[in-house]
Design a protein around this ligand. Structure first.
Ligand code: BGC
Length: 813
C-alpha cells in the first residue's frame, strides 16, 4: 500500500468536482478514471458462481462453479480457496478487477429466495467458507466483495425492508461472517438494500463500527446496485462508492452538500483515500500495472477441478445399500425426470452466467455407461415454470438459417437500425444505436411436437408476440417494481398458448418498445405441449420396472429459487412427488437426485433406495453426479443447512415484513439452534451426510481446564468400520447449559476432515477459537466470556453428537 503522505499528496491534487466524480460509478460496472492522479477505472462483476464479465451476453461464456450452498457443503476450505483462485483467473481473463462475491448472508429461513447463493445457516461455517473464497480470489490480485452487509437474508421488499434484530444476534450471528471475511483481508464490502434497526445499511453507523473501528477494514464500501437513495445520510456514513453510475444520489448533490457544510470535506477525502488505496492494490493507480496472475490452467484441468468440486459438495442423505452402483451388474439403467436433461446448474438473478458448456445428469450417466449398459430416458411430467428462453435447440435465425435467433433494433418508424445473429432469445443488454425505439427477436421455430405450445415474453412496457400471421399477445405491461434485478435481469414473463404442428416452420416475432425506465431486457421462450400426467407417470414406472436401477432427478424451477423474490412453499410441484413414488413403487433400487439450491420437502424420503442432493452443481454437474453414482468419488458433502421435513416444522420461516419491519424475534436461534431450542426433529440435521463407508466415534479428549481467551484443540478418535476408504467430517459443538446468560442449546464451533482406510482408526484434531465462547454483552456494548463449565460435543451432525466432555473455564488473570 502507498504511504499515507503520498495518498495525501494525490488527494490534494484533486478538485472537489474530481473527488466527487470518483465516488459514483462511470457506468453499470466501471468506476470513474482520474488522469490527474493516474487512476484508471476498474471493473466489477458478479459472482459468486462464475464471473460474467461486464456484459450480459451469451457469447461471453464463463466457467460455472457449483453454487454457494454446494461449495459450503464440501466442508473443504482448501478446495473452496482453489475455486476462489479459479474465479480470479476468470476475472483476469475478462478484464474484471473486483468479483462481487462471496454472499455472506445466512440461511435464516428456508424460504429465502437467494438461499442457493448464500453459503450456510451457520455463522461459523459461513465465515470459514467465505474467508476461504476471499483468500482464493485475492491470491491472484483480484478483489473480493463481501455482500450484502448486513442482515439481507431474504428478498421480500428487499429495497425497503427494515430488519429488526437485537444487538447480540446481530454481532454473533449476522455480522460474524463479515468479521471473518475482513480478518481474511477482503478488499471490498457491499452494503445491502435493506435497513437494519431503522437505518438503511448504506447510511448505517455499522459501516463504521464495527467494520472500520473494531475490525480494521481499510478497503472500499460499495453500495448494492441502486441501493443509495439519499445524499447526505449516506455520504456522512462509511459508504465510499455508489453503484451503478453515472447518475445517482451523490454527484452534484454531494458537491453542494459539502459546500453547504452538510457533509464534511474530510468524509469525502476519506472515501477518495479508500478508492485510491484499492486502486493501488488492483494495479490501477500510477505507472504500475496489475501484478501478474498465475497462468490459467488448461481447460481440461479447469473442468476436472469444477467436476471434483461438484462431487465434493454432493450430499448423500440416505442409502439403503443401493449406492455406489456397480457397472458390472447393470444391463439397463432408467434415467427419469425432466431435470435429467435440463439439469439446473445455477440459480436465477444477478449471479447468473452463460456457462461454456453444461453436462446434464443424463449425459453424465451415458458417458459413464457407454458400451457397458443401456440407458433409457423418460422425461416424466413436464416441469412448471416459465417456458425456457429459445435457443438453437428449438429455432434458427430466419435470416442466416443458423441455430439461434435474429436480434433487430428498430427506430420509431420500424426501420431497422441494427441486426445481428444471437445464440439465444434471452437478451438483457442489447446494444442500442441512437434512435433505438424497439427491440425485436425473430425466430424460425422447428417444432418436433404437435399440439398446444406455450410462448412467453418477459419485459416491461409495450410488447407483442406474433406467430406467422397470428397475433398471440399485444399489450402494455406497466413496471410494478423498482428492483433493478427484476427490471434488468428477470422481468416477469407473460405467457400465451398457440397450436403448432410438428414439421412446420412458423416464424415467431417478438417486439418490445424501449420506453424510459423499463430497462432493455427482452426474453422470449417457448415450451412444447405438456404430456398427459398419468401417461408420463406410467411410462416412468414402466421404464423403472424393466431396469436394474432407476435414477430420478427432481428439482425446483426458475420460479422457485431466484433473486428478487422469496419462495412461498417448499414443495417440488409439477407432480414430481408422484413421479418419485411411482418409480420407487416399481423398483426398490431407485436413486433420487434432488436438483435444488435449498431445502424442498421430500415426503417419500424413506421409501427410496438412495437420496442425493446435487444442489445447483455448476457446469460439470452431470459428470460429477455420475462419478458419485458409480463410486468413482465418494459423495463428499455434508449439509450446510438443516433440512425440514415440512415447511410447517421449521422454527424460523418468516420473510414477509409487516408494516415494513421484519423482526428477527428468534434472536440467536436460527438454523439447527432453532430446531434444538424448539425440541423438533428435522428431516436432516445441519452437518448430516453419508459417505460410502461407516464410522464409529470412539473417543473425545481435550483440556480439562482453560483460561478465558484461550483457544484450544480437541482430539476425536474415529474408526472406519465400513468396507471402503472414506472421508469423515468430524464436527464439534459447544454447550453451556448452566450459563448465566442465554446460549443456543449447542452451537457449531469447528470441524476437521479425516481420511481413513477400511478398518483404520484416525484422530481428528479440531481447533476451537477462543471467540467461540464469547458473547456480546448488550448492556456493556462489548464482548465478554463467562467463566465456569462448558461442554464440548463431537459427532457427525448437529443432531448426532455421541461424544462429550466437560471443560472448566477459569477467569483470566
Ligand atoms: C444484487 C447484488 C449484485 C448486484 C450487481 C444486485 O441486485 O443484490 O448481489 O452484486 O445487483 O449485479
Amino acid at each position: 500500500m502507498r504511504d499515507e503522505d503520498e495518498l495525501d499528496r494525490l488527494i490534494d491534487k484533486l478538485t472537489p468536482e474530481a473527488k466527487v466524480r470518483l465516488l459514483t460509478g462511470a457506468d453499470t460496472w466501471r468506476t470513474a478514471a482520474e488522469p490527474a492522479v493516474e487512476l484508471r477505472p476498474w471493473v466489477m462483476s458478479d459472482g459468486p458462481a462464475g464471473v460474467r464479465g461486464p456484459s450480459w451476453d451469451e457469447r461471453h461464456t464463463a466457467v460455472l462453479l457449483p453454487s454457494a450452498t454446494a461449495l459450503a457443503a464440501t466442508w473443504d476450505e482448501p478446495l473452496v480457496e482453489r475455486l476462489g483462485s479459479l474465479l480470479a483467473l476468470e476475472a483476469r481473463r475478462k478484464g474484471v478487477h473486483v468479483v462481487l462475491a462471496p454472499n455472506l448472508n445466512l440461511h435464516r429461513s428456508p424460504l429465502g429466495g437467494r438461499h442457493f447463493e448464500c453459503l450456510s445457516e451457520d455463522p461459523e461455517l459461513t465465515g470459514r467458507m467465505g474467508a476461504a473464497l476471499v483468500r482464493g480470489v485475492q491470491s491472484q490480485g483480484v478483489a473480493a466483495a463481501a455482500k450484502h452487509y448486513v442482515a439481507n437474508d431474504s428478498e421480500t421488499d428487499r429495497l425497503t425492508v427494515d430488519v429488526r434484530v437485537g444487538e447480540r444476534a446481530l454481532r454473533e450471528v449476522y455480522l460474524a461472517p463479515f468479521e471473518a471475511a475482513v480478518a481474511a483481508g477482503v478488499r471490498v464490502v457491499m452494503a445491502g438494500y435493506n435497513a437494519v434497526n431503522g437505518r438503511t445499511t448504506t447510511a448505517s453507523s455499522l459501516l463504521t463500527t464495527p467494520l472500520r473501528t473494531e475490525w480494521g477494514f481499510d478497503g472500499v464500501v460499495v453500495s448494492d446496485w441502486g441501493a443509495v437513495r439519499s445524499t447526505c445520510e449516506t455520504a456522512r456514513a462509511g459508504l465510499d462508492l455508489v453503484m451503478p453510475g453515472p447518475e445517482g444520489a451523490w454527484g452534484d448533490a454531494l458537491l453542494r452538500a459539502v459546500e453547504r457544510g452538510e457533509v464534511p470535506q474530510e468524509a469525502v477525502d476519506a472515501k477518495v483515500r479508500h478508492l485510491l488505496q484499492l486502486g493501488h492494490w488492483l494495479g490501477a493507480l500510477g505507472s504500475m500495472d496489475r501484478p501478474p496472475s498465475r497462468p490459467r490452467p488448461r481447460p481440461a484441468a479447469v473442468r476436472a477441478l469444477v467436476r471434483r468440486a461438484a462431487a465434493a459438495g454432493t450430499v448423500l442423505l440416505a442409502n439403503r445399500d443401493v449406492l455406489p452402483l456397480d457397472t458390472e451388474r447393470l444391463a439397463t439403467v432408467a434415467v427419469i425426470g425432466a431435470r435429467a436433461t435440463r439439469t439446473r446448474t445455477q440459480g436465477g438473478g444477478s449471479a447468473g452466467v452463460f456457462p461454456q458448456a453444461e453436462v446434464g445428469l443424463l449425459d453424465g450417466v451415458r458417458g459413464r455407461l457407454r458400451g457397458r449398459a443401456e440407458v433409457v430416458h423418460v422425461p416424466g411430467p413436464a416441469l412448471a415454470g416459465p417456458p425456457p428462453a429459445l435457443d438453437g435447440t428449438l429455432c434458427t435465425d430466419p435470416d442466416s438459417g443458423a441455430p439461434g435467433v435474429l436480434l433487430r433494433i428498430l427506430d420509431a418508424d420500424g426501420v431497422e437500425l441494427h441486426a445481428e445473429h444471437r445464440f439465444c432469445a434471452r437478451q438483457l443488454e442489447p446494444e442500442l444505436p441512437p434512435g433505438a425505439h424497439t427491440v425485436e427477436i425473430r425466430a424460425q421455430l422447428r417444432p418436433r411436437e404437435t399440439g398446444t405450445w406455450t410462448f412467453g415474453i418477459a419485459g416491461f412496457g409495450r410488447m407483442s408476440l406474433r406467430l406467422d400471421d397470428r397475433e398471440l399477445l399485444n399489450g402494455d405491461f406497466a413496471r410494478e417494481t423498482d428492483d433493478p434485478a427484476l427490471i434488468h435481469v428477470m422481468p416477469p414473463v407473460r405467457t400465451v398458448t398457440a397450436e403448432v404442428t410438428a414439421g412446420t416452420l412458423p416464424l415467431l416475432v417478438a417486439r418490445r418498445e424501449l420506453a424510459p425506465d423499463t430497462g432493455r431486457a427482452v426474453i422470449v421462450g417457448a415450451a412444447p405441449p405438456v404430456p398427459d400426467t398419468d401417461a408420463a407417470l406410467d411410462a416412468a414406472a414402466r421404464a423403472a420396472r424393466t431396469s436394474d436401477v432407476a435414477i430420478v432427478v427432481v428439482g425446483t424451477t426458475e420460479d422457485d429459487e431466484c433473486e428478487g423474490r422469496d419462495r412461498v412453499h417448499l414443495r417440488l410441484g409439477s407432480d414430481q412427488d408422484a413421479l418419485v413414488r411411482a418409480v420407487a413403487a416399481a423398483n426398490p433400487r431407485t436413486v433420487v437426485i434432488v436438483n435444488s439450491g435449498g431445502p424442498v420437502e421430500l415426503p417419500w424420503r424413506n421409501e427410496v433406495g438412495a437420496l442425493l442432493l446435487s444442489w445447483f452443481p455448476g457446469q460439470e454437474g452431470g459428470a460429477a453426479l455420475a462419478d458419485v453414482l458409480f463410486g468413482l468419488r465418494e459423495p463428499g458433502g455434508r449439509l450446510p443447512t438443516t433440512w425440514p421435513a415440512t415447511l410447517a416444522d421449521a422454527p424460523v420461516t418468516n420473510t414477509s415484513p409487516s408494516d415494513g419491519r421484519l423482526d428477527y424475534t428468534e434472536g440467536l436461534h436460527i438454523g439447527h439452534r432453532g430446531w434444538l431450542r424448539a425440541g423438533r426433529t428435522p428431516a436432516y440435521w445441519f452437518g448430516h451426510g453419508l459417505g460410502f463407508t461407516s464410522w464409529d466415534y470412539e473417543e473425545l479428549s481435550g483440556p480439562p481446564e482453560l483460561t478465558v481467551g484461550q483457544s484450544f484443540a480437541v482430539r476425536v478418535r474415529v474408526r472406519n468400520t465400513g468396507p471402503r476408504s472414506g472421508r469423515e467430517v468430524v464436527q464439534v459443538y459447544l454447550a453451556r447449559p448452566d450459563g448465566a446468560v442465554e446460549y443456543p442449546r449447542r452451537w457449531f464451533a469447528g470441524y476437521a476432515a479425516v481420511h481413513a482406510r477400511a478398518g483404520q482408526t484416525v484422530t481428528a484434531v479440531v481447533h476451537v477459537p477462543a471467540k467461540a465462547l464469547r458473547h456480546w454483552d448488550e448492556r456493556a456494548g462489548r464482548w465478554r466470556t463467562e467463566s465456569g463449565p462448558f461442554r464440548v460435543l463431537a459427532g457427525r451432525s448437529a443432531g448426532d453428537v455421541p461424544l462429550s466432555l466437560e471443560v472448566a473455564l477459569r477467569a483470566a488473570g
